[in-house]
Design a protein around this ligand. Sequence first.
Ligand code: XMP
Length: 512
Amino acid sequence: SILIVDFGSQVTQLIARRIREAGVYCEVHPFNTAEKALHALNPKGIVLSGSPASTLDDNAPTIHPDLIAANVPILGICYGQQALCMALGGKVERGHDAEYGRSEVKVEKASALYDGVWDVGTEHTVWMSHGDRVTAIPPGFEVVGTSNGAPFAMIADEKRRIWAVQFHPEVVHTPDGAKLYANFVHEICGIAGDWTMHAYRQRAIDKIRAQVGKGRVLCALSGGVDSSVAAVLIHEAIGDQLTCVFVDHGLMRMNEADEVVTMFRDQYNIPLVHVDASGKFLGELEGQTDPETKRKIIGKLFIEVFEEEAKKIGGAEFLAQGTLYPDVIESVSFSGGPSVTIKSHHNVGGLPERMNMQLVEPLRELFKDEVRALGRELGLPDRFIGRHPFPGPGLAIRCPGGITAEKLDILRKADAIYLDEIRKSGQYDKIWQAFAVLLPVQTVGVMGDGRTYEFVCALRAVTSVDGMTADFYQFDMNFLGKTATRIINEVRGINRVVYDVTSKPPGTIEWE
Ligand code: XMP
């Protein structure tokens, strides 16, 4: 495995993804507990992440000496490079010309880091994001690549097997980055790329059986990919010791609730309790317009309804959750205080403690794309696995302002037409998420000979790799025109359609 030491970069998780994509298991640990993780994991290589901190600050995070003493290959990224320099006797200074964004590195000398990927003398596009820079390299190192802003863009001590780069090979803006990571883990660290979902499936089943024994497990099924894959996997491990509870809040898309129930009951024969709580949810949401209040009401009600059902079922000591690795990674924060809450995400957090249940989390080690691969491995239909993410609070956050059953109905119809057009035009899989939003605004229109005064529907589609950042999707105008016409013609209550061209940041993907 590979140990990734997190110094707090926004993109540390992407390092893990690139390494996993190369078929190698890795874990991310904060710099201040990395030495403990080193001894537990016994990794064959170490990657040091970037950071928003400066090595020149007091209390700047440093590399624990055990990491260097471990004598396994090390790759330092950005801050990781600077921290290595500080630790090994080089020099770092505040940069006069900080580099942000695309840059070109020139390969000056051969190095194992890019052997077979880049040739000496060639130039390559990379993504830089740094203020400080290395100004003197430690003894034993040599410069193997340069850029305009960073004369020490790539340095190496081939003997000690330490490499360090100023740019970020983990981001997509460094086109050859994935190859560099693959080269590092396969060729330099000597790890075979055999971390596959086929192997994972059996290991996970054994683990679930060992944990649960003859006990009973409840699973809160949301209809999303994560909880579904978790449920199918657990069912494969322990059969009918598993009961799924699907709390239907009435905020699902067109036909979605039925599809979930049919798939699990009929296709997988998984015991499933379908609780139709839509009346309760809509009742409590009535008149609520504040996004955070709406989210909190939904989260609270979800827990209440689930708890009630669990009592009825009785006797389960385990709760299954589709927790993913990104939720588990302890993040390193330099903001000086707790980070700002942009949105309170809806999940089943808090449930296990309240109900005194133990957690079964078979996806804890996986990234989203790995969960999808596992789902395929388990035979879940591609159409289901490939579905765009759907937020826990559902359509409630796609109806800015107050929610009514009528509005939800209008939104469902518009959304279904939009998605139908996207699928028919073969664009569904190119898009991370696409959905309609019903605005709490009415505008004047003309239809036939009459004046109309109806709602505005906004269409959103974004591309993204992880939902953390996103670009709006560039539809062809004819496609948008055709879709808008269909929505306005087929959905009573909408007379205007607009397209959202905001990226994230500064926008978020959802409107609330
Ligand atoms: P934002 O709107 O924050 O969304 O850019 C990022 C991703 O998260 C999804 N999302 C949620 N998922 N519970 C969820 O399970 C939530 O409360 C929630 N809010 C947003 C959103 O759809 C996008 O994929």
